[in-house]
Design a protein around this ligand. Structure first.
Ligand SMILES: *Cc1c(COP(=O)(O)O)cnc(C)c1O
Length: 458
């Protein structure tokens, strides 16, 4: 018998559509066709499966596709800047501003007083420069783009060597490696020093008439302990400037606030400090410790920033108006509360929430659950991390709701919560699911409680 005849045509298959109403019909049809084609091949290869199995498999594929649609997630991992969960959430003020700009026209490149063409991001660039105590600043798509753009601007055919310490040739995550970025930019990497020690003299000896710049890269996601040494930034700056070379630093996370004042954290080098120490251009991400949207910020010497903005490649990596709106709100937030409290940005709020607040909320969540399930739910001490490849050493004390599953596996319980609405993501430790409250917005506590109840009762 021809195995293909075992497979009903698309029309004859009875695939449940439960849980997939969010998907547009053509997507459902297209996906079913694709799945059926795969099944046809498997049956043609001699596999045997009952029709019901095929139908439920196709339904599972539809569900998993529906779950891949970009949607809100309650982050109960305790990792504040979670790259897989979208890094920094934005505040309500940004969302309001975004709605206004997104749903109408704006003065994106229009000067309202004169009625002439205006400077795109002019306001933001001035605000950034003031906040960062820099001569000039600008923003592009992300930090990786900012680095490539800066390197492309600073190198030329006969001066393309970039000096980097061996201790700073890092991989940031997602395969983003400094040596590769340099190569992409057309630069030639000149490594100096050893992994743990690089001396000023190592840099000095590497300078030739082909040197374009000296690059420092912040070791965001790891640390070196023991016998380590590197020159002080002011000394390195003096060396670079004696040879008329710019000194550029990729700071990565770019905390504008003092992180050690926000939480029991290490002091993360601030862009302001880098510039004060003699760095000519500092580069960092918008959506890490700054707490803004995805962006790459470049700040420092006015002539260099102006030159970078004239690069044809700048156009390819510039920010769109929606990002500019959110970034403008974020930077204004900082400027409004300069010197006093941290701005009202979720990332900074999560970093600095007192443990007592988390305890009050955890107890309220527990109290809202029926008593008979309380033995499998309790509150435990936990730790939070900043994440996003920032401050790998720092752990922030936190609290978690611990769910010890009864009658199902912890993996099943976790999967139920992940595929619920809203999706809830925690982590498994000691065979129990932990919901770390530091990264959960207080307004999400009710949804979290309902999700837990539903998952446990299932
Ligand atoms: C995170 C990071 C980057 C990449 O930033 P994106 O904004 O994700 O492009 C680059 N350099 C360092 C040191 C980083 O920590």
């Amino acid at each position: 018998m021809n195995p293909l005849s075992q497979l009903p045509s698309v029309e004859k298959l009875t695939v449940k559509l439960e849980g997939t109403t969010i998907l547009p019909r053509p997507l459902v049809a297209g996906l079913i066709k694709r799945e059926v084609a795969v099944w046809r091949e498997r049956l043609a290869a001699g596999e045997e499966h009952p029709r019901e199995d095929i139908e439920s498999d196709v339904h599972a594929a539809l569900l998993s596709f529906a779950a891949s649609r970009l949607q809100p997630v309650i982050n109960a991992t305790g990792v504040i800047i979670h790259t897989n969960l979208g890094r920094s959430p934005q505040g309500i003020r940004s969302a309001d501003a975004l709605r206004k700009i997104a749903t109408g026209y704006s003065n994106l490149e229009f000067d309202l007083p004169s009625g002439n063409r205006g400077r795109r991001a002019g306001y933001l660039e001035s605000a950034l420069a003031i906040l960062l105590e820099a001569d000039a600043a600008t923003a592009v798509n992300n930090c990786a783009a900012a680095l490539v753009l800066t390197l492309r601007h600073l190198i030329s055919d006969d001066r393309n060597e970039v000096i980097v310490s061996r201790g700073e040739l890092v991989e940031i995550g997602g395969g983003f490696r400094i040596p590769d970025v340099l190569e992409t930019s057309g630069a030639k990497l000149v490594e100096v020093g050893a992994t743990n020690k690089t001396h000023l003299d190592d840099y000095a000896k590497a300078i030739t008439d082909k040197t374009a710049l000296i690059l420092k890269v912040h070791r965001s996601n790891f640390y070196i302990e023991g016998f380590t040494d590197e020159p002080a930034v002011p000394d390195l700056a003096t060396l670079a400037h004696q040879h008329n070379l710019p000194l550029v630093e990729d700071l990565g996370s770019g905390a504008v606030m003092n992180t050690d004042e926000l939480a029991p954290l290490d002091h993360e080098p601030r862009p302001q400090e880098a510039l004060q120490n003699g760095i000519d251009l500092v580069i960092f991400s918008g959506d890490k410790l700054l707490g803004g949207p995805q962006a790459g910020i470049i700040a420092g010497r006015a002539d260099l920033v102006a030159g970078i903005k004239k690069e044809p490649f700048f156009r390819a990596v510039r920010c769109d108006k929606l990002i500019l709106t959110v970034l403008q709100e974020c930077i204004d937030d900082y400027l409004h509360c300069k010197g006093s409290n941290p701005p009202d940005l979720p990332t900074l709020t999560f970093l600095s929430t007192p443990i007592a607040d988390l305890r009050t909320r955890a107890e309220a969540i527990l109290a809202a659950l029926p008593e008979n399930i309380v033995p499998v739910v309790d509150i435990v001490d936990a730790t939070s991390r900043t994440g996003g490849g920032t401050m790998p050493k720092s752990e922030i004390p936190s609290l978690a709701i611990r769910l010890t599953p009864q009658g199902c596996s912890v993996d099943d319980l976790a999967a139920r919560l992940r595929t619920g609405t809203p999706a809830l993501v925690g982590y498994t430790e000691d065979n129990a699911l932990h919901l770390n409250l530091r990264t959960v917005f207080p307004h999400q506590d009710t949804a979290l409680t309902s999700a837990v109840l539903k998952a446990i009762e299932q």
